[in-house]
Design a protein around this ligand. Structure first.
Ligand SMILES: CC(C)(COP(=O)(O)OP(=O)(O)OC[C@H]1O[C@@H](n2cnc3c(N)ncnc32)[C@H](O)[C@@H]1OP(=O)(O)O)[C@@H](O)C(=O)NCCC(=O)NCCS
Length: 194
C-alpha cells in the first residue's frame, strides 16, 4: 500500500497505475489506497481510511474515517462502512449493506445540545477474510463475522457469526454451513421439508 499525493490522482503514472478513481469520487488525501483498486462514481473515502490492493469500491459507497479494508474486497453500490469497521481480505459486501457503530445513538445530550462527533461510542465490527454479506443486510455494532461466513440478503445481524456459517433472517440465525466457493454444504431443514 502507498500513500497517495494529489499528483498521483490527477496524473497517473503511465506504466504502473496506482489506482483508478472516477472523477466524481471524493477521496481524502489522507486515505491510503492500494494499487489497482477502483473507486467508482460519487464514492466518498474519508481521512485515515486504508483500502488494500485490487478492491472495487462501488458507486455511492461511503468509507468512514479510519476504516480498514483488506485486499481483493468488493464493496457494491450504496454501501455505508462506518468508523470502527474492519473488512478482511476477499470480503464481499452486497449492495445497500449498512454497518453501524453506536448501539444506542442519540443526536442530542440531555440538555438538548447537539452531540459532537467525538461523542460516538464506537464498537468495533470485524468481517474476516473471504466472508460475504448479502444485499441490504444491517450489521449491528461490535459484531464479528467469521472467515468465509455467508450472510443472507436483508438480514439483521445481531450476534457474532462463526467461520463458514450461513446465517440469515431478522434477527439472523445460523442456518447451515458453506464452503470457500459459497456452496451450501449443510443446511437446516426448510419449512417445506419439516
Ligand atoms: C441466504 C442464501 C444464501 C440462502 O440460500 P438457500 O439456502 O439456497 O435458500 P433457499 O432458497 O433454499 O431458502 C431456504 C429457506 O430460507 C429462506 N431464506 C432464504 N434466504 C433468505 C434470506 N436472505 N432471509 C430470510 N429468509 C431467507 C427461504 O424463504 C426458505 O424458507 P422456507 O424454509 O420457509 O421455505 C440466499 O437466499 C441469499 O440471501 N443470498 C444472498 C444474495 C445476495 O444478496 N447477493 C448479493 C449480490 S447481488
Amino acid at each position: 500500500m502507498i500513500k497517495r499525493s494529489s499528483k498521483q490522482i490527477n496524473n497517473l503514472p503511465s506504466k504502473k497505475p496506482v489506482h483508478f478513481q472516477h472523477h466524481t469520487a471524493e477521496v481524502s488525501l489522507e486515505a491510503t489506497i492500494g494499487k489497482e483498486t477502483k473507486i467508482w462514481h460519487h464514492a466518498h473515502v474519508r481521512e485515515g481510511a486504508k483500502i488494500g490492493m485490487n478492491c472495487v469500491v462501488g458507486k455511492n459507497v461511503y468509507i468512514d474515517i479510519e476504516v480498514i479494508v483488506g485486499h481483493n474486497v468488493k464493496i457494491q453500490n450504496n454501501v455505508s462502512v462506518f468508523h470502527g469497521v474492519e473488512l478482511g481480505n476477499g470480503v464481499f459486501v452486497g449492495p445497500h449493506v449498512c454497518f453501524t457503530n453506536d448501539k444506542v445513538p442519540r443526536a442530542i445530550n440531555e440538555d438538548g445540545t447537539p452531540k459532537k462527533t467525538t461523542d460516538w461510542k464506537i464498537k468495533k465490527t470485524i468481517v474476516k477474510d473471504g466472508a460475504s454479506i448479502g444485499a441490504n443486510a444491517t450489521i449491528l455494532p461490535g459484531i464479528t463475522i467469521g472467515t468465509f461466513a455467508m450472510i443472507g440478503a436483508g438480514s439483521v445481524v445481531t450476534k457474532d457469526i462463526g467461520d463458514f456459517e450461513l446465517a440469515y433472517g431478522n434477527p439472523a440465525k445460523v442456518q447451515g454451513k458453506v464452503d470457500k466457493s459459497g456452496n451450501i454444504i449443510k443446511k437446516s431443514k426448510t419449512r417445506r421439508e419439516k
